[in-house]
Write a protein that binds this ligand. Structure first.
Ligand SMILES: [Fe+2]
Length: 370
């Protein structure tokens, strides 16, 4: 996906950039190839709204369809216009090129590793907010509150729907009783290195290496493809169990009845594994948000981030992609609710993500993807 529109080159003064953003954003969805044309013609309503409450500039890697309903609701409730810059790739490079002149106020990305990359490059700033702290447990926030999880992406077990299995530990994946029965995507995919990094945090690198070798020995096929292919291959009888993100099941089970995806979704059940340690929970990755380092509209940025943890926004956001709300007590999508309660592993995500490079090295060392 291309950016919905191009920001002016970094050489332009930020004030100029803000004006251009305001003129280009228009609060219009940017979900298709006509995004540039649509965004270039803000509605009269949008202009009035911008005048009333000011604006905020959001740089995000998330698909427009997922966040636009939220942003529209925020604008209606706050009078603040959101100018969205959608970047599938190159957010770090973009912020690096813009430097102190960046007009970014809020950064939204997926994956704790990506969040940490932004922090380490100096593109975020600490934010003390009682609203965010009340809504988001400390272990799901960055060090110094440099970032905040906004939704959770639990990494779960897909099991054949008829399998006599109710609970599972991630450690069980290496049990020889599953020999030739496990499917999973590449060990180097960030979804997996994140899980393996959590395993290192719980058990240390040596035990994790042994475990990874055991999982490798149980694979029914090469570690490749996507998460949905685990369900596809369970339906095809290639494997009995596999590891994948829960939200794909929401997408598959809600797909058109009779479609391939729907059949894959109907072939499996979801079990939320936990780590086999005292108080161990289910591994989650996140989508998150951070206050940009040079945010020119700081107050509005804080308002947007605080809005994102309101009950209304949390439900809208989580349901849009079948993710799990970060805030407790928020209404769930019915398919997601059918998986039962999510008990999030209590290890701080910052501690987990610190092991991601070591996890990646172990994947290579055991030849996981060979
Ligand atoms: Fe995904």
């Amino acid at each position: 996906m291309k950016p919905s529109f191009r920001l002016p080159r970094a050489a332009l003064a930020s004030a100029c950039a803000v004006i251009l953003l305001a003129a280009c954003g228009g609060g219009q969805p940017a979900a298709d190839a006509d995004a540039d044309a649509a965004a270039a013609a803000p509605s009269a309503d949008g202009a009035a709204v911008a005048a009333a409450g000011g604006e905020v500039n959001l740089y995000t890697t998330r698909e427009p369809g997922l966040i636009q309903p939220l942003l529209d609701a925020f604008t209606v409730s706050s009078g603040i216009q959101v100018n969205t810059v959608l970047l599938k790739d190159g957010l770090l490079e973009r912020l690096g090129a813009e430097g102190e002149r960046s007009v970014a106020d809020v950064l939204m990305v997926v994956d704790t590793g990506n969040m940490l990359d932004l922090v380490e490059a100096g593109h975020t700033q600490a934010l003390q907010s009682e609203v965010l702290e009340a809504a988001i447990p400390a272990h799901l926030r960055g060090a110094d509150d440099q970032w905040f999880a906004m939704s959770l992406r639990d990494r779960v077990l897909y099991a054949h729907k008829d399998l006599d299995l109710e609970t599972f530990h991630y450690e069980d994946l290496a049990d020889p009783k599953w020999k030739g029965k496990v499917c999973i995507r590449s060990g180097q995919h960030p979804y997996n290195t994140s899980l393996f990094a959590a395993m290192i945090a719980h058990h240390g690198a040596a035990e994790t290496e042994t475990w990874l070798g055991g999982v490798k020995a149980n694979l029914a096929r090469k570690a490749a493809g996507g998460d949905r292919d685990v369900a596809r291959d369970i339906l095809a009888g290639i494997c009995d169990i596999g590891i994948a993100n829960a939200y794909y099941v929401g997408r598959m089970k809600n797909a058109e009845p009779g479609s391939e995806q729907h059949q894959w979704g109907e072939a499996i059940k979801v079990i939320r594994p936990t780590f086999n340690v005292d108080g161990g929970g289910t591994h989650v990755n996140i989508s998150g948000a951070a206050l940009a380092a040079h945010a020119p509209n700081r107050d509005n940025a804080v308002k947007l981030m605080e809005y994102l943890v309101s009950d209304e926004a949390q439900s809208l956001y989580a349901r849009a992609n079948y993710e799990y709300p970060v805030k407790a007590g928020v209404e769930l999508d019915p398919v997601v609710a059918s998986f039962g309660t999510l008990t999030v592993d209590p290890l701080p995500l910052t501690e987990v993500v610190a092991n991601r490079r070591e996890a990646s090295a172990l994947v290579d060392k055991v030849g996981f993807d060979n």
